[in-house]
Design a protein around this ligand. Structure first.
Ligand code: SF4
Length: 82
């Protein structure tokens, strides 16, 4: 489960987030590019290739797209604390 205390500072405000690679819990983004390649409407990469949420999902389809990336993330660095 993504650590809500280790959010990437670039996440836009809202319940969905990606975690920082500096997360001491070992759940930080490893810049694998899965989420921002598959759902670029919501996820983007920062200057280091690490992911952040640039747009929060609104519709059911949006949420489904983000949920799919959460499920696919190999290190559980996508979270939803809403
Ligand atoms: S899928 Fe996970 S590890 Fe890969 S870029 Fe996205 S947040 Fe980072």
């Amino acid at each position: 489960m993504a650590n809500p205390k280790a959010k990437n500072a670039k996440n836009v405000e809202g319940s969905w987030f990606c975690t920082s690679p500096d997360d001491d819990g070992g759940e930080g983004c490893i810049a694998c590019n899965v989420c921002y390649s598959n759902a670029p409407d919501f996820f983007a990469e920062d200057g280091d290739g690490n992911a952040y949420v640039h747009k929060q999902p609104e519709s059911a389809a949006d949420i489904q797209a983000c949920q799919e990336q959460m499920d696919a993330c190999p290190v559980s660095s996508i979270g939803n604390d809403g």
